[in-house]
Design a protein around this ligand. Sequence first.
Ligand code: FAD
Length: 415
Amino acid sequence: MALANIQDKARVVIIGGGVIGCSVAYHLTKLGWKDVVLLERKELTSGTTWHAAGLIAQLRATANMTRLAKYSQELYGTLEDETGVGLYDMSSFGKIRVEGPDATAFLNHICGGEMDVPVGKIVYAQFLNTRGGIEADVTITRLSELTYLVVTPAATRLADETWMRRHIGDHMVVITDVTAGEAVLAVMGPKSRDLLSAVSPNDFSNAANPFGAAQEIEIGMGIARAHRVSYVGELGWEIYVSTDMAAHVFETLLAAGESNGLKLCGLHMMDGCRIEKGFRHFGHDITCEDHVLEAGLGFAVKTDKPDFIGRDAVLAKRESGLKRRMVQFRLGDPEPLLFHNEPILRDGKIVGHLTSGAYGHHLGAAVGMGYIGCEGETANDILASSYSIDVAGTVVRAQASLRPFYDPSGDRMKS
Ligand SMILES: Cc1cc2nc3c(=O)[nH]c(=O)nc-3n(C[C@H](O)[C@H](O)[C@H](O)COP(=O)(O)OP(=O)(O)OC[C@H]3O[C@@H](n4cnc5c(N)ncnc54)[C@H](O)[C@@H]3O)c2cc1C
């Protein structure tokens, strides 16, 4: 805050925003003190505090100092849940309405997922080709008995719409691109429920709005749809709001977020988080040349449906076994960065390359994913090898995993 805007009186004024000053402000406000001002001459933690990030030694010279160190470590573990909520703009999503008497049958024909679901349900699905390759990676929300909203990445909106039109056959459906009609504000993080509850009278509990479901809501002076999904691995909602109300809803969230620690985030944040969570990205990790089972997305394909494009290829791959597999990697050294295309070495030999890479701020090292050959191998065989990544000529040891490194059970999204 600029100096001119600072109040000239307060019950408590704390000078210095290092760990001690921030801690005093935190604990006083936790006790209910409202009139607390913290003055920092540069940036928070820009003094000696940043040096201490590596270690909170637990055994100190006195019993009280030891207690304090122990308390600090326990407190840091809870701070993220108390403060975490971010907002980023996903209005660039393609939005395509598919409606008509054959909407369910048509989408069941072109998607691997089951689309005969209750109104309000959101299905994560792929459009497959006859080789089992992934033509599109989308979420589809059933808006009514006869209407679905297909949400596509911005870059593939036209390709995904074209794929649907090419396969419409005799189905009685109308396909309409409504991308420009709605903005999408992604509100993500452990405090997203608190933030939305502050700006909307609707119920965001697990009972009223479970993971994978959408509901119509009032928000500020507007009407929107809250889709409970997440591409960053956290509790959160994508708020679909008509474009005429988008600025108002954004300002409403921003104003309420001031007291909730809301941070505006960008797409690098999204990329880092989704790679930590092992979420695939169309165009990088999955394309029309990548078989849906080898990409690790078999959970989204429902072969008990009688027919859909790619079903035979999925059944055949289940019979023959996987030839390659998507594996996630975390560097053993926290320093080097990954961007994608870096060679993957298995027991010293190059066996593939990273299709995605970013810094994993939660995991404390760069993370990436890529395919490696695995014909005739079990998961244990794959993980028994030693892996490294060639980062611009320097070979760096890496940990491999077939499950997400971050919250593998997905509990955070469903909390
Ligand atoms: C190299 C190094 C390594 C360390 N490693 C560890 C470690 O591993 N583990 C550990 O527990 N501790 C470690 N420490 C000690 C630890 O960093 C300090 O004890 C702790 O950061 C002190 O916090 P503080 O809030 O008192 O001070 P600081 O973090 O220095 O904060 C003081 C703040 O006050 C601001 N300020 C100063 N004057 C004014 C003014 N007039 N008006 C407004 N603002 C002002 C400054 O800009 C600064 O942000 C290390 C220290 C150093 C130097």
